[in-house]
Design a protein around this ligand. Structure first.
Ligand SMILES: [Zn+2]
Length: 325
């Protein structure tokens, strides 16, 4: 499983602590832009030299340098399995630029987790932070055993820890305000991309890690939906196929019925035509016979009429002189 994530949260929400746990759990690097910049400057890489100049001048390193440093880091082999981005992006401009960069290198985010902690708790946590002046490790007086010395146990000479100016209660309110104004809008940005999950990051550290790990898993609901959609598609295809089959059958039946009808009509017509012809012929024959008979009859009648007329004329001639006498 590739895990490419951004942890979102106000200062003091525990992003650093939980990132380190994910590093151990998934074997992927934590990419913190602050650490990256410091490392790039220390190693004197081309970008590091530029960033060093900017930082020396007391200015903020701009986004293009940050993105360049991130790109360099993601090209290293240990980032192939994934990464945890911590502290970047901090605003919408950076989020859009990061999205573009990750798309270009074919490593888009798989999840963004918002770690929610209320303000009172955030203030308490931040104000309790103590840093090692040598290695930069951050400790918290609230999670240290009671009565223990405030010294770094990662450095051999165990230097005394100090409170960074950024972590005093006076500056916490301003940092939280910056988070609300600049970083909070990323919630909507990542929600729109269906990447965001929120967890309650207050309480036991192990419990929070468990919530975080669960939040990194693919959404079971989304899976079901996809599965349902697939099933629906398959069913739809089947239905369409069946419909098509029965439709073609019906069409075939219709066509054949129509063809049969046509054929029948044609046959009937031809038969009719044939019979009509026959009848006509017969009639013609009969008619012809009749005509012959009539002609013959007429002749006979004429002859008969002539004979009758002659006889009558003779008789009349015989009688006529006698009357004249
Ligand atoms: Zn140290």
């Amino acid at each position: 499983m590739t895990t490419r994530i951004v942890l979102l949260g106000a200062p003091g929400s525990g992003k650093g602590t939980q990132s380190q746990r994910l590093v151990t759990r998934f074997g992927i690097p934590q990419i913190s832009t602050g650490d990256l910049l410091r490392s790039a400057v220390a190693r004197g890489t081309p970008l590091g030299l530029v960033a060093g100049e900017v930082m020396k001048a007391g200015k903020l390193v701009d986004d293009s340098i940050m993105l360049g440093v991130i790109r360099e880091r993601l090209a290293e082999p240990d980032a192939a399995k994934g990464f945890i981005l911590d502290g970047f992006p901090r605003n919408l401009v950076q989020a859009a630029a990061l999205e573009q960069l990750l798309a270009q290198i074919g490593q888009p985010l798989t999840r963004v987790v918002l770690m929610e902690v209320d303000y009172a708790e955030l203030t308490r946590r931040i104000a309790g932070r103590r840093s090692c002046p040598k290695c930069g490790s951050v400790f918290n007086i609230h999670s240290m055993p009671a009565g223990s010395e405030q010294r770094c146990d990662k450095c051999v000479d165990r230097p005394e820890l100090f409170q960074r100016p950024d972590d005093t209660e006076a500056t916490v309110a301003r940092r939280l305000q910056v988070f609300e104004e600049q970083t909070r809008p990323l919630v909507g940005f990542y929600q729109a991309r269906r990447l965001l999950r929120s967890i309650n990051a207050q309480g036991n550290v192990d419990a929070i890690t468990a919530l975080l790990v669960a939040a990194l898993k693919p959404a079971p609901k989304a899976k079901k939906k996809v599965a349902k959609k697939k099933v629906a598609k398959k069913t739809a295809k089947k239905v369409v196929k069946k419909a098509a089959k029965s439709a073609s059958r019906t069409v075939a039946v219709k066509v054949s019925k129509q063809a049969a009808k046509k054929a029948a009509v044609v046959t009937v017509k031809t038969t009719k035509r044939k019979s009509v012809k026959k009848t006509a012929k017969k009639a013609a024959k009969k008619a012809a016979k009749k005509t012959v008979a009539k002609k013959a009859a007429k002749k006979v009648a004429k002859k008969a009429a002539k004979k009758v007329a002659k006889k009558a004329a003779k008789k009349a001639a015989k009688k006529a002189p006698a009357k004249a006498k």
